[in-house]
Design a protein around this ligand. Structure first.
Ligand code: AMP
Length: 435
């Protein structure tokens, strides 16, 4: 498809090409192929693309190149390129990508998000940064405290804009946009294109280039989806129990965290079932080896986090096990889409503990199909560790306690539920045109 296109032919400069080579990126992905030349020209962009398509590099590479054209700083507390992302995880990933691709360019970068103390973030911003990746609530907070200035922003990116709106960041995002100069390059990426996103695009983008990459079609219908309602403490024994079935010959087990992946893999090893864990803390070599062994069938079970599993392209996966429910419903579709490739059928088991019911509901809303409730398995042993903590109450960690996700997804600064804003007279576009 695009295999004959090289990054050099897209017009990227030598320091970026070296970094891409080191990251072992051989050829641009379709969105990179489509987006990079237009972004290098300074065009605005509306991108319809999901995570996993290579969209981060599609915007990060041209941003780095454009920033390198003039080496002036942004001044104290200033920012030259601003990337807004809905969650802390995504913000961290984007920042890491900038640092990987920009390794030979010497730019200052910073990443800020809510749920942690602001001190170190304020310090990181005090001398100004070339590239700032931020979640909207914390950024607006710091901007209002005059800890950061946005009046020197040359390039603005809204990443996963649909999620930002869904999370109630609409007002914060617009307030932030208003703080940036009208003369800027603006990019908006979204996995879906509801009306609110189109409207946002009309407000902040100027004659944008539209790029769209169709995600891999996931035939969810061909996947038998079962859910086990179990306490967290018996998930391990349930997994062992299921793995007795020889039909589970090539299995991916998903956990939310790297530690979770290590723990599950360690537990399987102890039970005499060889497995490999892959996640961001493993070296490239270790990940490659684990994947090769999985592909060849030498390892039957791969334990992975969502992020690590993104690049996995292995056919004939018989089962996907959601040891922990994914934080968002789209990840569920991505996860189970690992099975039932190329028209085959597949099976997905989800382990849902009482704290994960909301995630399950969100999944069922998205797929418009209730998961089949699997019959309880008798005689499962609870693990010691969970046992020590005592039984988990269905409401534990919910309204009265700290939500499990706290810190991962910050709250809307303005506390505004979804977008209820009416378009301003003139709109931001007209203001920009007039500028
Ligand atoms: P993203 O959609 O930006 O989250 O990227 C998904 C994954 O693909 C990340 O792990 C990137 O490091 C990787 N990636 C992005 N572009 C390429 C490429 N051209 N070749 C190989 N891997 C890539």
């Amino acid at each position: 498809m695009t295999s004959d296109v090289t990054f050099a032919s897209l017009g990227l400069a030598e320091p970026l090409l070296r970094a891409l080579d080191a990251a072992d990126y051989k050829n641009p992905t379709p969105i990179q192929h489509k987006a990079i030349p237009a972004l290098l020209e300074g065009r605005d962009m509306m991108g319809l693309a999901q995570t996993g398509t290579g969209k981060t590099a599609a915007f990060a590479l041209p941003i780095l190149q454009r920033l390198s054209k003039s080496r002036h700083g942004a001044g104290p507390k200033g920012v030259r390129a601003l990337i807004l992302a809905p969650t802390r995880e995504l913000a961290i990933q984007i920042d890491e990508s900038f640092r990987t691709y920009g390794v030979h360019m010497g730019f200052r970068t910073a990443v800020i998000f809510g749920g942690v103390s602001q001190g170190p973030q304020v310090k990181a911003l005090s001398d100004g940064v070339d590239i700032l990746v931020a979640t909207p609530g914390r950024l607006l907070d710091l901007q209002q405290q005059r800890k950061v200035r946005l009046d020197k922003v040359e390039i603005l990116v809204l990443d996963e804009a649909d999620r930002m709106l869904d999370m109630g960041f609409s007002r914060d995002v617009l307030k932030i946009v208003d703080e940036t100069p009208l003369e800027r390059q603006s990019l908006l990426f979204s996995a879906t294109m509801p009306k609110a996103i189109k409207k946002l695009g009309e407000e902040i983008l100027l004659e944008p280039v539209h790029v769209e990459v169709t995600p891999e079609v996931v035939t969810v219908d061909k996947i038998d989806q079962h859910v086990y309602h179990v306490p967290a403490s018996v998930k391990r024994s349930l997994l062992l129990h299921l793995l007795n079935d020889p039909a589970m010959s090539r299995v991916i087990v998903f956990t939310r965290t790297k530690h979770g992946a290590n723990r599950v893999s360690g537990h399987l090893d102890k039970a005499g079932i060889p497995s490999a864990a892959i996640h961001g803390n493993k070296s490239q070599n270790a990940r490659q080896k684990a994947l090769e062994d999985f592909r060849s069938g030498a390892t039957r079970i791969l334990v992975a986090t969502d992020i690590a599993a993104r690049g996995i392209d292995v056919d004939d996966i018989t089962h996907v096990v959601n040891f922990e429910m994914p934080v968002d419903a789209e990840s569920y579709v991505h996860r189970i889409g690992r099975t039932a490739r190329a028209g085959r059928s597949g099976i997905a088991y989800s382990f849902c503990d009482p704290n994960e019911r909301d995630e399950l509901k969100a999944i069922e809303r998205l797929t418009k199909k209730p998961l089949m409730v699997a019959a309880p398995v008798q005689g499962l042993e609870a693990d010691q560790k969970h046992g020590e903590r005592g039984p988990r109450h269905p409401h534990q960690g919910k309204p009265n306690g700290k939500p499990r996700n706290s810190g991962q997804q910050e709250k809307s600064h303005s506390g505004q539920p979804r977008s209820g804003r009416s378009r301003r007279p003139g709109g931001r576009n007209n203001q920009r045109r007039a500028a």
